[in-house]
Ligand binder design. Structure first.
Ligand code: ZN
Length: 258
């Protein structure tokens, strides 16, 4: 019997939606769940960090976590919607100015993406201080091979739209950027994908820091790294990799849906 004739269950696929309201709720639920997971992973640092999801009906605005609320407490009803002027148009909480200046420009420059994430996670910011791209040291690291960039121009807390624009231009068409002396930024065609790339990139930074501290790690060659990127670094694999984490946090912390 040929393998192709065997009947395997199909892997899950991203959902489709009948209405903006349905799609908006889905994005907000994934956003709240991703924030809870970021808390679980310890990516929070005081009030720093944000995940944004573009609104399906008003695509020049995005949903984001409120400024000053712990990732681990956020519920769907806490999320705020911010327009392209930086005004909170839905919700009763303030917005982090840096969230607006960075994410509004990333969303404007990348109409293909739905979500963007950025935090001051420990391994990401440690790696970022080296001012270097990540190397293809493992299969997981290959998701970022020739698909991330570095913003080498830290000038203080991002408060000007002009700097957000330069970060967005540096990101280009890739899935992630290393903001030197600051932290990581990832994007995705779903909230799920953007959140997974952040989790994976943070761990990739940790792995490279460990490997370099222990010795001189060997690189995966260009052809194999490129193949592996196609295999583990696709939009679908980013989305799919997030699903077990989502199922876990949804079951353990159902109040996130309130
Ligand atoms: Zn930051």
């Amino acid at each position: 019997m040929q393998i192709s004739s065997l009947k395997y269950p199909r892997t899950p696929q991203p959902p489709t939606f009948e209405s903006f309201a349905e799609e908006r709720l889905h994005r907000k639920q994934r956003l709240a769940a991703a924030l809870r997971l970021f808390s679980r992973y310890g990516f929070d640092e005081g009030v720093a960090g944000h995940i944004t999801a573009r609104d399906p009906e008003y695509p020049d605005s995005f949903w984001v976590n409120p400024f000053g609320m712990h990732f681990g407490m956020i519920r769907v009803s806490d999320l705020i919607r911010v327009n392209h002027h930086g005004e909170v148009v839905e919700g009763n909480h303030p917005v982090n100015q840096a969230a607006f200046t960075i994410h509004s420009q990333v969303h404007a420059h990348r109409p293909d993406i739905v979500a963007a994430t950025h935090t001051h996670s420990i391994y990401g910011k440690s790696w970022s201080s080296l001012g270097r791209l990540l190397d293809p040291l493992s299969q997981d690291a290959c998701a970022f091979y020739q698909d991330h960039s570095i913003f080498n121009d830290y000038t203080g807390v991002v408060s000007q739209l002009e700097e957000g624009k330069r970060i967005a231009e540096t990101l280009g068409s890739s899935k992630a950027a290393i903001l030197r002396n600051h932290g990581l930024l990832t994007v995705g065609s779903t909230v799920d994908e953007a959140a997974w790339w952040f989790i994976s990139m943070e761990r990739t930074c940790q792995a490279q820091l460990l490997a370099q501290a222990a010795g001189s790690p060997r690189f995966i060659n260009h052809d194999s790294a490129t193949l592996a990127r196609h295999q583990v670094g696709s939009h679908y694999m980013g989305w799919f990799s997030f699903q077990p984490l989502y199922e876990m946090i949804a079951r353990q912390q159902p109040e996130l849906f309130e």
